[in-house]
Structure formats: C-alpha cells, structure tokens
Ligand binder design. Structure first.
Ligand code: PTT
Ligand code: SF4
Length: 610
C-alpha cells in the first residue's frame, strides 16, 4: 500500500503500554485517512453508550495520505473521539508540526484508550514509543508546556497539548499546538484530560513513501507556484480570515450580543483593517505558503494570534469593541486550552443570563475583566464556571427559567460566528454538520448571500450544502489538507485527485472522492443514531430557536428571522437528496450503495432502517 504507512500506534494509558499495529488495507481503501479513519475506528471499537470522559472512550489522532508531503497545505491532522460536549461524534482539524512528524515516524494515526494513573504524555521518536511522566507539566498552560517539551525533545518535534481547561474536563476545551493552532472544538481537550494525557510529542525523521515521489514533489512545487499567482494572494496575506469581519458586518451576519443581532456598532475597531495596523508578524502551519496566523500585541503586552472566528466570538458576540482586549481574551483561550468559539458563546450566554437575572454573576456586555475571570473559571471548572463549562446546552438546562431559548448551539456544539436570522442555507449547514454547529463542513453563507438567495428556501440550497460537505467535510478531512487554498484563493479542486493518485497509485476522480464523503457522512450519522439508542428524530437537525423566534432589531436585516416551515422543507430536501429517511437516518439502500452493508447490520440492532 503506497502512500500510507499502513501502521497506527495504539496506546493504552491505563497500562502505559504502546503497540504498533498494521491496519487492514480496507481501512485505507474505504476511508482514506483523517476523519474517515477516525469514524471507522470509533464505529468498530467504541461500545455504544460509553461515557465520553471514561477510560473506555477512544481518542484518535489521524493523518491522511497527503499529510506531510511537500504539497499545499498538508500540515494538518484530525483529532476525534466521542464528544463529552455533544454525546455524539466529535472531531477537529489542526495544523501542527506533529502531523508531518507522525508520518515521518512511520505512522498514520495514534489511537489512545484507558486512563493513566498519573499525569502522563506520549513520546514518539521514529521507532521509539513511550508513555512518560507528566506530573511536573500538569497545571501548566499550553504555551509553557510546549516550550518545556521542545526543550526536552528538540525543536523539530511537534506537540499536541492541553491546558488547564482540558485537565479540568471543561467541555469547551480543545487541543492546542504551536501557540495558536487549535483543533477539536467538541471537547477533545477534555477527552485528553480524562485520560490524564497532557501531551503527545512526536519526532519523525524517515522519508515519506509515495507511489511516485518525484512526480508528487513536482506537482507540489507547481501547486505552490499556482497559489502564489492567485489574484487574492496579496489580500489574503494581509488579512487572512480576518477579512471576513467587514463582510459579515455589511451582510448583517456578525454575531453580536449572543447572536441577538447581526451588526455591532464598534466593529471597525476589531476588523481586519484595524488588525493590519497592529500585526507584528505571521505564523502558520507546516507545508504552507499562505500562512494566515496574524500576531498582534494584546492589552497586556503579550502576543496573540487572531482569526475571524476568535475575534467575532470574543469581540462583537460579547460586546468587546477593542482589538487589543479581544486579543487578550484570545491568548487566554490558547493558553488555557479553551475553544474560542465555545468560550465566546458561553461568555455571551452568561452575560445574557445575568442581564435576565437568571444567574448571579458580576459581568456585563463588553466587560473585559468579567470575561477574563469567567474564562479562568471555565478552565478550572470553579464557581459558576463549573456549570457553564459544561457548554451552553447543558448549562442552560441546569439554569432553567427559559435559558435554553438563548443557548446558541446545535446538538450541543456552540455555533461558529455566522448569524443566520436570514441565512437558511447556512442554518442548514449548521443543522446538518456532522459534529454540531460548526461552519467547517459547509460554509455556504458566502454563496447564499453573494448570489442574492438569502430570503429563499429553495431545494438548490440543500444541493449546495451537500456539495460543500462532500468537498470540505469529506475530501479535505480525509486526504487531509487545509481547504483554504481552494475556498479562499480558488486553487482548483482537480489538483487533489491527482495528488491522491500520485501518492497512492490508486486511480480516483472527484466523483469518487464525493462518494467517499457521502460514506463518511452516513457512517457519522449512524454513529450518532447508535449513541441515541435509535431514538433519533429530525428536530436534532434544527438550528437555535432564537433564529426563528426573535427577529433582529437592528441593521439591514431588521425584523428578519428564519421561517420554521421553510427550514423544515429545506431539511427534507436535504434528507431526500442524501437518501436518508424522514428522521434523518440513512436508508438500507443508501448504506448498501455506499458500501456500508456490514455497518447497516450493526445499526439495525439499534433502529429499524427504512
Ligand atoms: C476550528 C475553530 C476555528 S475555525 C477557529 S478560527 W477558523 C477557532 N480557532 C481557535 C484558536 O485559534 N484558539 C483556540 N483556543 N480555539 C479556537 N477555536 C476555533 O476553532 C485553523 C484554520 C482555520 S481558522 C480554519 S477556519 C480552517 N479550518 C480547517 C478545517 O477545519 N479543516 C481543514 N481541512 N482545513 C482547515 N483550514 C483552516 O484552518 P476545529 P488551525 Mg482548527 C488559535 O480545529 O475544532 O475544527 O475548530 O486548526 O491549525 O488552528 O487552523 O476562522
Ligand atoms: Fe494553516 Fe492558514 Fe496555511 Fe491553512 S492557510 S495551512 S490554516 S497557515
């Protein structure tokens, strides 16, 4: 099997033991890598109903056949497990030196089970794999622990880390790397923490194998050159994802005051233009010539790496209109290992709950000091942070008094930074995302708005959501590569089947990669249904109540809100096109068509299939 190492590392934290396993070719052929590997391993090996924070949960770090090659932009990896935030399938994607190092150490994935008796970390150096004591690292923030581990194991190694948030099982915790790369929004940090796993450090020095390495390198070089010549390249290098903020403001979709509004009076003070004047340097993922992490100095004189989602959720969404202050909250999240989106949503929710007198916190809109204190409390799960750190869905249920009406999430995962009071297509993306409300799978909002379709609920929108899910959630998450060259600069999709063929020697086409995406989606859906004990119904795929029931009161979209009947029709169109039944469960025929007949037999133990 060229292109894959064919080996994964199993780590049993309870026993402190590691073992290399050669995996079956079927895993690579049917699921390719990254998210595909993760869901298949979880489906096969995780007992349904497992407590996500118990030793029995399975944590997967998975690369794909493109990872680590000199190809655009191949420094990413997927981290996945059953989510303690949603109770379903959870994953995230981060760029990290750990990705190429893992592949160069002769491995494609790491599968972690059990729970260590004391704080530990996994150390991989080519053929050496060990579980080491991390007692002296426990409690350290992610920046300090990475610096210490690089000191011990060399600067060329890559590290995946948690901060105090993961250690204390805060559900909006993430995995962090390189002081500003973060992945695994659905509580993947807490899953690491529940295993007493502080870090994974990887160093690999072997050459990567491929079906035709010279040709792959030639194609990679060509790809980098094409990217440099794209019209948008200069603009991207100046603002990266932060360019979206002005666009969202103008479109009335900038989350403001816990998604109550879509415009923010102080937006100009936190937008990409303001950031440009403050940027002191840039950082990015390995194997990338578009590096997009813009570093500014925060209100405490420390460096902080900004992205649109971070700024919108820790800025307009909580009423903070000063970019240096936003950068302070952002750096805190990176250090503590909190997901900026989840944390910004929880803080906004807490501000509104306080305003409504449902909880007693010393915090108000735009309150920097109150927000800092709350972020700390979330990470340490203390005081009100112990409730809010469960995520907005669970916290709202505990708080009661109608708090669930303004908890902004789908399936328990907080919405990323796009207000959908008048974006039914984007609302459908959030509703049907395989991990809860994340924009990563189908960011259709740009298409929906720029083509003048935002008022409509036409079935074409369901087609667009599926098209994007196939590309973004299927192809990019399993090959594994960053999607920004394509979505931001228009780097042609046709490059990717060529890369895959040259890496693996297996002929493929974009259509086959879409079928792969459909297979992965169906299996993730099956995973959720199995976890729900077959008790699955279509309302799980609905976006937050607020977008239907509380019209916007300001800006260009004043008075606008989603229409329930319209949304439900859109959802049905989506199910029909996917070959899922009215409950949103793949039918027997669909599972068979997607080469998932064996998996269908297992699913039938939990639910009657149509
Ligand atoms: C991602 C989510 C995002 S999506 C952002 S900003 W974005 C937030 N970033 C956080 C952060 O930073 N620190 C922190 N403590 N929490 C954070 N939470 C939020 O996490 C990221 C880029 C970005 S920036 C995006 S869109 C793209 N995402 C990709 C993806 O998902 N898949 C893929 N194949 N390519 C992608 N390329 C882009 O990568 P989650 P990163 Mg991230 C500091 O993981 O769980 O999916 O959440 O990985 O290396 O930081 O790069 O406007
Ligand atoms: Fe990482 Fe940005 Fe490059 Fe993508 S474009 S690989 S997120 S630095």
């Amino acid at each position: 099997m060229k292109g894959w190492n064919g080996r994964l590392l199993r780590v049993d934290m309870s026993k402190g033991k590691t073992a290399v396993q050669e995996y079956h070719e079927d895993l690579a052929r049917r699921f390719v890598g990254g998210r595909g590997f993760a869901v298949k391993l979880l489906w096969d090996e995780l007992k349904p109903g497992t407590d996500p924070l118990s030793p029995e949960n399975i944590l997967v770090f998975a690369t794909g056949p493109l990872t680590g090659h000199r190809l655009p932009n191949s420094g990413k990896m997927v981290v996945a497990a059953k989510s303690p935030l949603t109770g379903g399938y959870g994953d995230g994607n981060l760029g990290t030196m750990a990705s190429p190092n893992l592949r160069k150490a002769g491995l494609d994935a790491i599968v972690v089970t059990g729970k260590a008796e004391k704080p530990s970390y996994i150390h991989i150096e080519d053929g050496k794999h060990e579980v080491l004591d991390a007692s002296d690292l426990w409690g350290l923030d992610s920046f300090k622990v990475e610096a210490e581990l690089k000191e011990r194991h060399g600067r060329a190694s890559g590290a995946l880390l948690i901060g105090p948030a993961g250690e204390n099982l805060c559900r909006v915790s993430t995995v962090v790397s390189q002081e500003g790369r973060a992945g695994g929004r659905p509580g993947m940090g807490a899953v690491m923490g529940s295993k007493n796993l502080k870090a994974v450090v990887v160093r690999g020095t072997k050459g990567l194998l491929a079906h035709d390495l010279d040709e792959l390198n030639r194609l990679g070089k060509l790809g980098y050159d094409i990217i440099l010549k794209k019209d948008n390249y200069g603009w991207w290098k100046r603002q990266g994802t932060m360019a979206i903020l002005v666009w969202c403001l103008e479109a009335g979709t900038l989350p403001t005051h816990n998604f109550r509004e879509g415009v923010f009076d102080e937006a100009a003070a936190i937008d990409g233009n303001t950031m440009e004047e403050m940027t002191i340097k840039q950082r990015g993922c390995p194997n990338c010539n578009m590096i997009c992490g813009n570093i500014v100095v925060n209100s405490e004189g420390l460096e902080s790496e900004l992205d649109y989602e971070n700024v919108a959720m820790l800025g307009s969404n909580i009423g903070v209109g000063d970019l240096k202050q936003v950068a302070t909250l952002n750096r805190m999240c990176d250090e503590l290992g909190l997901d900026t989106i989840g944390a910004g949503s929880v803080v906004g929710f807490a501000m509104e709950a306080t305003e409504k007198g449902l909880i007693d916190l010393d915090i108000g809109w735009g309150d920097l000091e109150g927000s800092k204190k709350l972020l700390e409390d979330l990470a340490y799960m203390r005081g009100m942070g112990a409730t809010l750190g469960l995520g907005t869905k669970a916290a709202a249920k505990k708080i009661g008094g109608g708090a669930s009406d303004f908890a902004i999430h789908v399936k328990g995962l907080e919405c990323s930074a796009y207000d959908c009071h008048l974006c039914p297509g984007m609302a459908l993306s959030f509703g049907t995302s395989p991990i809860g409300a994340h924009h990563k799978d189908a960011w259709v909002i740009s298409w929906e708005i720029t083509t003048g379709r935002r008022e409509f609920y036409d079935p074409e929108k369901a087609d667009k959501v599926i098209e994007f899910q196939r590309i973004r959630g299927g192809m990019f998450e399993s090959l594994v590569a960053c999607r920004f060259p394509w979505i931001e600069l228009g780097f042609e999709l046709e490059h990717y089947p060529k890369y895959f063929e040259t890496a693996t020697g297996i002929k493929t086409s974009l259509d086959e990669l879409w079928a792969l995406g459909d297979r992965i989606y169906a299996l993730i859906r099956a995973f959720w249904v199995r976890e729900f004990g077959g008790n699955w119904y279509r309302y799980v795929d609905y976006p937050p109540k607020r977008w239907f029931d509380e019209p916007l009161t300001q800006g260009v979209l004043k008075g606008k809100h989603l229409d329930r009947e319209g949304y439900d029709g859109l959802l049905q169109a989506y199910y029909d096109k996917r070959g899922w039944d009215d409950r949103g469960i793949p039918t027997k025929a669909t599972l068979k068509r997607l080469n998932l007949s064996k998996e269908a037999v297992e699913l039938e133990k939990f639910v009657e299939l149509s």
